[in-house]
Design a protein around this ligand. Structure first.
Ligand SMILES: *Cc1c(COP(=O)(O)O)cnc(C)c1O
Length: 433
């Protein structure tokens, strides 16, 4: 698909007029700047609040007030079935069967739990492949698991690095590393989209390669869920985890989602760290000894669901379902391509904005990571003062003194006009003609 973009404001406005997802903009609350709606490009970090959240929270508080413990079982919106109300919409987002997903706990906690099932190292098979520069929490979680089993992280964790002078990982290098580790490899555990570069890895190929050497493949989809097309079931991915508060607008510290492929979920002997909420639902309150799991991902539940924390996520999932994840992805690809086009136009006029995110649309989501040299932070601060919210990360790989500005125009609440205004602000600041 060749998209023809133009550098003028009228073009951006016409795109917004024709945008089928436009009505969703009225369903969000926006941070204000100088009495006006600011430009929020930080949906990769914390998605905005849907207006419907307040009413849903009040509903839960009212249930608690009116019926207290009986709210677990009474009414259509009883708390007992809250996970079922989320499974259908969430399964669509990640390309799974409804029984393969569950909402529970928070993200890093779930990384530990799933490692508990999928990382059970032996002296012969104890290695984990990660991407260099993985999100720190993932690094800490994996390293502490390795230590827990008495292995040395330096030896057990194999980090795949970009080649000299490159920013991104090559799939061929990931696959070759998997081959090399062979029978010593227990698990491949990558971020689906790297939080820093915005690179979307080729999850299907990586999964196949892991399986070929007898290892598992699990992914942290914090930056991928609600952002790109996923087909976890068909790809045969063993497990995945993500959070609800980034592209899924589920609220700060909101609950995490988990995918467990049915080949594991339907196996009652699947090893797990168990709790009573994963017990066969019909008999859970018989309070028997000896654990009998629910089948599917629901059998991974440990604790009573956090009904109040789940409420915003219910609202946001309903919106995603109404919008249609494929419609969202279609707009996000176009909006991101438009941002890229305008940044390249600035570069042609003399700017030096180095986009490190892959140019190939199938290898990225909505986020563009723009590498800036030393003076880049001043540009970022200028944009912040103008009411643009995006984020800045120091260059932690090469310690160059520069950094990366991450910009994520998301489909449900960002506009072409905002992308236009953003790039115009940069052009004006740099004094480009
Ligand atoms: C956002 C993010 C986290 C955060 O984990 P929490 O447990 O929710 O604080 C972890 N890993 C990745 C890859 C992330 O992007």
């Amino acid at each position: 698909m060749v998209i023809k973009f133009e550098t003028n404001l009228a073009f951006a406005q016409a795109q917004d007029e024709a945008d089928p997802l436009r009505p969703f903009q009225d369903e969000f609350l926006y941070p204000q700047h100088a009495g006006q709606k600011g430009i929020y490009f930080c949906g990769n970090s914390l998605g905005l609040q849907p207006k419907g959240v307040k009413a849903e929270l009040e509903k839960v508080l009212q249930q608690w007030e009116d019926k207290a413990v009986e709210s677990w079982f009474e009414g259509e919106d009883n708390w007992m079935n809250i996970h079922e109300r989320m499974q259908g919409p969430l399964a669509e987002v990640v390309g799974a069967q409804a029984t393969e997903v569950i909402v529970m706990n928070t993200l890093t906690v779930n990384i530990h739990l799933l490692l508990g099932s999928f990382y059970r190292p032996t002296p012969a098979r104890f290695k984990i492949i990660m991407e260099a520069g993985a999100f720190p929490s993932d690094q800490y979680a994996v390293a502490s698991q390795v230590v827990q089993y008495g292995f040395n992280p330096e030896e057990a964790i194999i980090e795949v690095q970009p080649r000299e002078g490159e920013d991104l990982l090559r799939t061929e290098d990931i696959l070759a590393t998997i081959q090399e580790q062979g029978s010593e490899l227990a698990l491949v555990m990558l971020g689906g989209i790297n939080y820093y570069t915005g690179q979307l890895y080729e999850l299907e190929k990586i999964t196949q390669a892991a399986h070929q050497v007898g290892a598992y493949a699990g992914f942290d989809l914090a930056h991928a869920a609600g952002n790109v097309t996923l087909a976890l079931h068909d790809w045969g991915v063993d497990f995945a985890v993500w959070c609800s508060y980034k592209y899924l607008n589920g609220g700060p510290g909101g609950p995490s989602g988990v995918f467990l492929h049915e080949k594991h979920g339907n196996n009652p002997d699947f090893p797990r760290l168990a709790g009573w909420w994963g017990y066969k639902e019909s008999d859970r309150f018989l309070m028997r000894k000896d654990f009998v799991p629910m089948s599917g991902a629901a059998g991974l539940q440990i604790s009573t669901p956090q009904i109040i924390a789940f409420a915003p996520h219910l609202v946001s999932l309903e919106m995603v379902q109404r919008a249609g994840i494929q419609n969202m992805i279609k707009k996000s690809r176009r909006l991101t391509a438009y941002l890229e086009f305008l940044l390249q136009d600035l570069n042609q006029r003399g700017a030096q904005l180095r986009i490190i995110t892959p140019a190939e649309p199938s290898h990225r989501g909505t986020q563009l990571s723009i590498y800036l040299e030393r003076e880049g932070k001043a540009l970022f601060d200028h944009l912040s003062a103008q009411g643009v919210i995006c984020d800045w990360r120091e260059d932690n790989l090469s310690h160059s003194g520069g950094g990366v500005m991450r910009v994520a125009p998301v489909p449900l609440y960002n506009t072409y006009t905002e992308v236009y205004r953003f790039s115009k602000m940069i052009g004006d600041y740099l004094g480009l003609k």
